[in-house]
Design a protein around this ligand. Sequence first.
Ligand code: PMP
Length: 433
Amino acid sequence: MNNDEILQLRQKHVYPTKVPYYKTPIHLVRAKGSYVWDDKGEKYLDVIGGIVSISVGHNHPRIVKKIKAMLEGDAIQHTTFLYLSEYMPELAKKLAEVAPKGLSKCYLTNSGSEANEMAVLSARTYTGEPMVVGLQHGYHGGTTTPLSLCGHSTWKFRSQPQACVTHAKAPYCYRCPFGQKKESCNLECADDVKETILTTTSGKIAAFICEPILGVGGFIEPPVGYHKKVFDIVKSFGGLYISDEVQTGVGRTGVHFFAIEDSGVEPDIISMAKGIGNGAPVGAIIAKAEVADSLKGKLHFNTFGGDPYQAMQAATTIDIIRDEGLIENANKMGRYLKEGMQDLQKSFPVIGDIRGRGLLIGLELVKDQKTKEVAPVAAAQLLEFAKEEKLLIGKGGLFANVIRLAPALNINKAECDELLGKLKRAFEKLAKA
Ligand code: PMP
């Protein structure tokens, strides 16, 4: 099938809710490590990994070997929760080993949206309260509850009712909703969570849900102390703290396996997906035992959650991250890349802000550094120029003006240099355009 035929079939038979990147979309057919190849044999350096889903590199040899062994041994592909299988509890055990102390019980799903549905259901069941507080600029998935919690008009539907959710201001330092500067900041954004609970709920909540760094929002990194202050507020109103680590998990921020561990918060539930399966459709939550046990006696079921191939891929991904020291590598390469970005910013004033931690790096593009007017057209052009340089990058933010970089955690220095060189040439083309 050629690319026109693929596009025609998509137009005819696939929902038109998300169009492919680029004026001439890329048809990817092969992948290895940090590289992917299109149908014409062109090789690209992939530093977005689908959408932040490739954590240990495409087709990691250890995962390939295990998949082959399972296929050759006629391993069962699908079992459901109703039969015994070693893969699902083995994955749950590994997650409990890498999760913060106190989190011990998992529910396996196929996606981040389902994981967050389950996280919210658990919090509502445990507390007996319906209200959940999310953040403006936050994103938690495309199903009913996560979509209600979404803080972007661009992703919401007029026809979609929103039940029992409320939103606090985003901890968005570059565009502080309270007009503060770093020097004068009093974490007003954290206080806004209290204000939101006091003014838009009964004073009791089921949970607060937040990404340690807001991914779809454009890698918005809250100020130091934000999460802990919010955690104390949430606890004072009887709510659970849900850390959505669909993008920030698997050691991507370069310090712990889950990003929230940096902040002094003891989350009640962590949700995850994307990188935990390294491209396989795996989602999960891990919760405190008492939270999970509050669902005892209730029927709740996910047909494919924890199926053998998916669970094996996630468990092996965790092993690889540990055995290859990938959290340390994310830290080291992340620092190196950020320094490179800071150099780029000196030559290209379109880069208004550089943010993120580890291998989760965002560049917010603006028309003017003083007015901070957003530059979504420049971001779209940069994507095209990066494609010409055979570099795949991502885009995000409410105004689609944030360039997102999230390479595989085992990216090496030579590949980082290649990334910086390609990005520089893309910015040069943008400056001329
Ligand atoms: N939470 C976050 C933080 C996400 O970024 C996403 C996906 N972009 C989701 C949840 C939903 O995950 P999925 O698309 O796998 O349902």
